[in-house]
Each structure stands twice: as structure tokens, then as C-alpha cells.
Design a binder for this molecule. Structure first.
Ligand code: SAM
Length: 252
């Protein structure tokens, strides 16, 4: 601890040599953590391998994290015997397992780009109605006809919220729009797109005109205390209101 504290004090030292020691120690420590910790290692490797196609790098998730969204979706799909659901950016699987509790007869596919997350999903899953696959897998390429697609806390980068002076998004609108277009092709007419905690507005994408916010969900529009960026990747506001659940009215 004392050693760590002493190294930290070098960060603000007036001596360039001390600051160099601080930066080198920090880099060495990061390398050490990446080598010994499988989760960090995989995050790093995913970054190297997929670059700009890797959006939110934090993998935080929780069981029943979005009860009102899951309930609204279950209510809307209640007339479908075996609904087909996709959780895009499923992390370690809690979202899939939670949706399964609201829709016990659903088949649910979880997709993630991070292999470490997928390994946790495969280990935890004991339900043959749930499958997990990689973002760039054939299983995902071929998957279609979903009644609902959830993309929660995936189309974002933490840096866009924490770096207060940065007016340009580090995550590109063209990537967001191209994935939304891909997901749109996988949703059935009258199916749902559920999107929240995003750096961009779904309404700005080229497929949005084929969708309408789900009227029956009273808390659909909500206030978010986080920045939002436009299609040129420029910050347009530090907080905003957005709809979260959209119905696909026609094929775009
Ligand atoms: C913060 S977690 C969100 C988990 C869950 N959806 C939730 O809201 O609780 C973001 C997840 O998105 C995944 N992710 C990032 N870029 C992705 C991409 N291009 N395709 C699929 N998943 C991605 C990350 O690996 C991470 O597991």
C-alpha cells in the first residue's frame, strides 16, 4: 500500500523523470493485470481484434435489471405461444435468464462480442430454449424472425459520459446505424426493438421511419442524464428524453 501511494505521488511531481517512472509503473501494472486476469485479458484481446466494432467494453449487468422493459415486452407478446427473443450485448447472460422469467415459453438467443462473457453464459445455461453465440458467428448471421430484440447498454462507450469536455463521440454513428439496420432485418413485422442507454438516438437511423414508439407502455419515454450525439458524432445535449420500446410497423 505504501509503495502504491509513493508511486501515485510521482504523478504530480515537477520532475519529468519521476513522472516517467509513474507512467512506466502504471503501464507495467496494467500489463500484469491483463496477464493474470482472464476477464481483463479477454476485454483487451476483443479490443485488439474488433477495434471500432467493439462498443461498450464494460460488462456490468444484473439479474432483472430492467423490470419495466421486460414487463412491457411480455405484455405485448402475450398472445404469441413461443416468442423468439434476441438479447444483443448479453454480457454474462443475466438479461437472457431474466427475460426467460417473464416469458417462460420463449426461445432466447444471447449475442456478445466478448468471448469471456460468452463462456460464462455457456457455463451457466441449463435451459435448452436459450442459446448464446458470438456477434460474428454463423449462428447469429443466420438468426432471424425475432419477435423482440433487446439492445440495452451496448450502443455506448463509457468514455462518452466520463470525458466531460469531449464533444465528439468515440463510438461512431455509422457503426451504430449499420448494426441497427442489421437488427432491423431480423425483426418480424409488428415485432419490438427495445433500445436504451445508447449514445445515439434510434430515431436518427435510416430504418426508424418504419417504427413507432409502443403506445401501451406508459413509461416508454424517459429522461436520461447522459450525453447524446448526432449522426456526425457531435454532442447535441448533456441530457435528453428518449423512447425505449418501438414497434416495427412495416419492412424498411
Ligand atoms: C454493459 S454490458 C450490457 C449487458 C446487458 N445488456 C445489460 O444491459 O445489463 C455491454 C455488453 O455489450 C457487449 N458488446 C460490446 N460491443 C458489442 C458488439 N459489437 N456486439 C455485441 N455485443 C457487444 C460487451 O461485450 C458487453 O458484454
Amino acid at each position: 500500500m505504501i509503495f502504491k501511494h509513493r508511486i501515485k505521488t510521482l504523478q504530480t511531481s515537477t520532475s519529468a523523470w519521476n513522472r516517467f517512472i509513474y507512467i512506466s509503473a502504471k503501464q507495467l501494472w496494467s500489463c500484469f493485470c491483463i496477464i493474470i486476469n482472464a476477464e481483463l485479458r479477454n476485454c483487451f484481446l476483443t479490443k485488439v481484434r474488433f477495434g471500432q466494432a467493439y462498443y461498450q467494453r464494460a460488462i456490468f449487468t444484473a439479474f432483472n435489471r430492467y423490470p419495466s422493459l421486460f414487463r412491457a415486452c411480455a405484455d405485448y407478446l402475450n398472445s404469441i405461444e413461443h416468442p423468439k427473443i434476441l438479447s444483443f450485448g448479453c454480457s454474462t447472460g443475466e438479461e437472457v435468464f431474466s427475460i426467460g422469467q417473464y416469458l417462460p415459453h420463449a426461445t432466447i438467443m444471447g449475442i456478445d462480442i466478448n468471448l469471456w462473457c460468452l463462456k460464462q453464459c455457456w457455463k451457466r445455461n441449463h435451459n435448452s430454449n436459450y442459446t448464446f453465440a458470438h456477434r460474428f458467428s454463423k449462428e447469429f448471421e443466420w438468426a432471424s424472425n425475432f419477435d423482440a430484440i433487446f439492445c440495452l447498454a451496448v450502443f455506448q462507450r463509457t468514455e462518452n459520459r466520463t470525458n466531460k469536455n469531449e464533444n465528439r463521440s468515440v463510438f461512431l454513428f455509422e457503426k451504430f446505424e449499420s448494426d441497427i439496420t442489421l437488427l432491423d432485418k431480423k425483426i418480424k413485422p409488428n415485432g419490438l426493438l427495445i433500445i436504451d442507454h445508447s449514445d445515439f438516438n434510434f430515431e436518427e437511423t435510416c430504418v426508424a421511419s418504419a417504427y413507432k414508439p409502443l403506445k401501451s407502455f406508459e413509461q416508454n419515454k424517459c429522461h436520461r442524464n447522459r450525453p447524446v450525439f448526432d449522426r456526425h458524432n457531435l454532442k447535441i445535449a448533456n441530457e435528453h428524453e428518449n423512447y425505449r420500446v418501438f414497434v416495427k410497423m412495416r419492412t424498411s
